[in-house]
Design a protein around this ligand. Sequence first.
Ligand code: SF4
Ligand code: SF4
Length: 631
Amino acid sequence: MVTALDPLLIAVVFLIMFVGFTRRWSSWRMGRDEPRSGDLAGLMRYLLGHTRILGNRSAGIAHLMLFWGLVIPLFIVILAQFHFTMPDILAKVLSLLADVLGIAMFSGILFFLVKRISSADSVSPKRIILPLVALLGILLTGFLAEGARLSIIHPHFAWSSPAGWLFSIFSPNSPVFMQIMIRLHFYIVLFFIAALPFTFMRHLGSATLNVYYRKKDPRGKLRPISLQEGPLGANRVQDFSWKQLLDSEACVSCGRCEENCPAFISGKPLSPRKVIQEILKQMEAVNHGRMNPDDPSFPLLQDVITANEIWSCTTCMACVEQCPVFAEPVDKIIDMRRYQVLGRGLLPAEARPMIRDLEIYGDVNRKGAAHRDDWALNLSVPHISDEGLNPEILLWVGCSGAFHPRYQETTRAMVKILKAGGVRFGILGKEELCCGDPARRLGNEEVFLDLALKNIASLKKYHVDKIVTLCPHGFNTLKNEYPAIGGNFDVIHATEFVMGLIEQEKVILKYPVTRKMAIHDPCYLGRANNIYEPLRYLSNAVPGINLKELKRNRENAFCCGGGGGRMWLHENIGRNINNIRAEEISKSGVELVGTACPYCLTMLEDGINFLEMEKPPKVMDIIEIVASSLG
Ligand code: SF4
Ligand code: SF4
């Protein structure tokens, strides 16, 4: 029964929804400009497959049921408005599909309602409850109306409407009751639509947009900033770009980032969810007209997200990997660090000597160019410019590879493999500087740029095309970040390159390493750059290795605690992250841990030594393990 008022009601409801979404739109559009391209095919894959959301099995399945339970019946209802005729059997199948999906949706709603109501977590928004109750009302009134209709016209079981049949058992055989249910159903639908932008359900729009505009570059690539034009990082909500603000608008506060954050797990004050939600609160304050972001009394980000929070981040990307709506807490944390360092000169005291060393010596070890190639003494390692070398690759040694006594062993192992494989390679030697990663992750873009531009000039001077790096941080910086400032090179990680040598049978491994071994995936190879297989290929290529995966491996690997400049910061709150990982390794019962990063090597060795085990597992770079099998 349609009344004369209904079209007006519908128009008003859609107007409310439109105005609401426009206001929300303006709250994240107040951010700075940022070029981003959309990806419709990727969005479709995301919606159809739900793979990201299914990362949390139970919530993912419930979401899948709720989503399809909403979308397909909605599609069928819209289709029904066109009144075209279809074969009876097809109409019945569609009716059955709508019923089954309705039941699935009902189960999904119940799951989320129970989860949110019973959650002791104060950050978990209770505002999801109202739209869920509305959805429940829509379903129940729909089923009751269908039940009443069936009990009037067809009191026997109808296979095309099992839920309606079930409801027909206790629905009164009354046209009036049916009409009341239809009207109620209609009004709750209208309420749900009008309330969309003002409730949690607005993520139907914001999360979809966020997935559409998600980052397509490698995760490890940081957004460059201009030191001339600014802003130098972020200290007010409008210093973020529109996409960074859209991240907060899309956040569903599911807590997956927090559950997987090593800083949070180890008891540090950082929660990536809180960071995202604090930004959202400021956006909402502006959006609701409570505050003017340009007013000096408007709270700064540093007032709501403390220094201890932003300096706790290891930039491990676990939060980015886990987020079902592709929000990226890390780039906000880095922008806040940038403001503290570049805008206020507030780098934590313990990291200042390292930055000074970078400025004076060009390395993090306070050694200087004169000692950069001491590690290669008596190894006959050619310089890239050596006459007649005609190099295939440049070996990027990195600060750890050049100066850290333990990691020098890995560099020498790499040289051994390259020589065994007959690879023509050279190094920059005294002309190589720190790649700039520690300075950049600690917010000092100025020092990063200085080092990076000098390195690029040296690499161009020798017409370098192909670079092989040992350190994943150097790999990430050279491969993903140097192109933005004019350094375009073909950058390969050592594990990938050596895998190629073994595949081409240029390197033959013959001596067994009879050990039960696990791999610790470095964050800057794995989550940041999606490199997992070469580590496993190399380990399996060594005769005698019995490879066992750790409980948290590949994209779920637990951080060593050393990234994001944390190698140079004290860890005096909560537990040490490397100790947590070392415990996990010790419980796995392996005798050897292979990794592919100087930070991981150092942090894990320290963590395992701390455990004072009777027979501690040995920590080695996988390059060293491969070299030891050469004989
Ligand atoms: S940022 Fe992503 S993972 Fe974290 S709470 Fe929000 S939606 Fe969940
Ligand atoms: S990058 Fe790692 S440490 Fe930083 S907030 Fe995300 S999960 Fe936590």
